[in-house]
Design a protein around this ligand. Structure first.
Ligand code: URA
Length: 245
């Protein structure tokens, strides 16, 4: 990895804007390998040099990866003029300015969202070529016990309004009653409103939707809505393997 300017290094880490971090340099709060550094254009080697601000080591990471349990009421975007976004939960995290959500969950959908700085991984996870499974827990209106879901595993379903045939998908029925039914539905595409559209085509609108898995990555049940944690090394390894990285 090539050397970077110290002001960029500190700003990327999330210590403030370039202008703000220059103040730290001026205030003599930054050392590199225990030598005081005051020049913003000073270059550091992110993996080799020991950079400290007020004696705290700034541990550089090429990329960061979070598992987030998205609550309803937040849109999946980095910025929005009128609605709160999922990024509001991450403002205090290192590399905040480089973080973004992978794929999209609707404003009223809850559950597993990956937030990362890794553009290559994000691109592959979203690319149809890798057919990454996305599993959702859904509560739908009405009794679905007379639907034979097995044929959709081969041929998908034609969404008449969209004139679009979905990719094959799987449904496991968890419970049924005249009022509502619970299912696990697994799709491999990221088309807008895909689960809601599939269920509407079958005459059962979605009342509640939560993503519980992306490929090998399962939502950690210990995470409350609005909570996040970094992916473990094992989780990241499996996720990367799923898209040949
Ligand atoms: N399908 C939907 O309809 N909504 C989501 O948020 C995700 C998948």
């Amino acid at each position: 990895m090539k050397k970077v300017r110290i002001d960029k290094f500190l700003a990327d880490f999330g210590l403030g804007s370039r202008k703000e971090v220059r103040k730290y340099l001026k205030q003599e709060r930054v050392t590199v390998n225990d030598q005081l550094v005051k020049t913003p254009s000073f270059h550091v080697h992110p993996h080799q040099d020991v950079v400290k601000v007020d004696d705290t080591v700034i541990h550089y990471k090429d990329n960061v990866y979070y598992m987030f349990n998205k609550p309803a009421g937040y849109i999946t975007a980095t910025t929005d003029e009128s609605m709160p976004t999922v990024m509001e939960f991450f403002t205090e995290e290192p590399y905040f300015s480089k973080l973004f959500p992978v794929g999209r969950l609707d404003i009223d959908t809850e559950g597993l969202l990956i937030i990362t700085t890794d553009g290559q991984l994000a691109h592959r996870l979203a690319h149809p070529k890798w057919e990454i499974e996305k599993e959702y827990y859904a509560v739908v209106k009405g009794d679905i016990s007379d639907i034979d879901f097995s044929r959709f595993e081969k041929e998908g379903i034609l969404l008449k309004k969209d004139k679009y045939r979905t990719k094959p998908f799987k449904v496991k029925v968890l419970s049924t009653s005249p009022e509502k039914s619970e299912i696990l539905i697994t799709v491999t595409e990221g088309k807008y409103h895909i689960v809601k559209k599939i269920m509407e085509e079958l005459g059962h609108s979605v009342l509640y939707l939560k993503r519980v898995r992306i490929g090998p990555l399962k939502l950690d049940e210990k995470l409350q809505l609005g909570e996040f944690r970094e992916l473990t090394e094992e989780e990241l390894k499996k996720l990367k393997e799923a898209v040949n990285l």
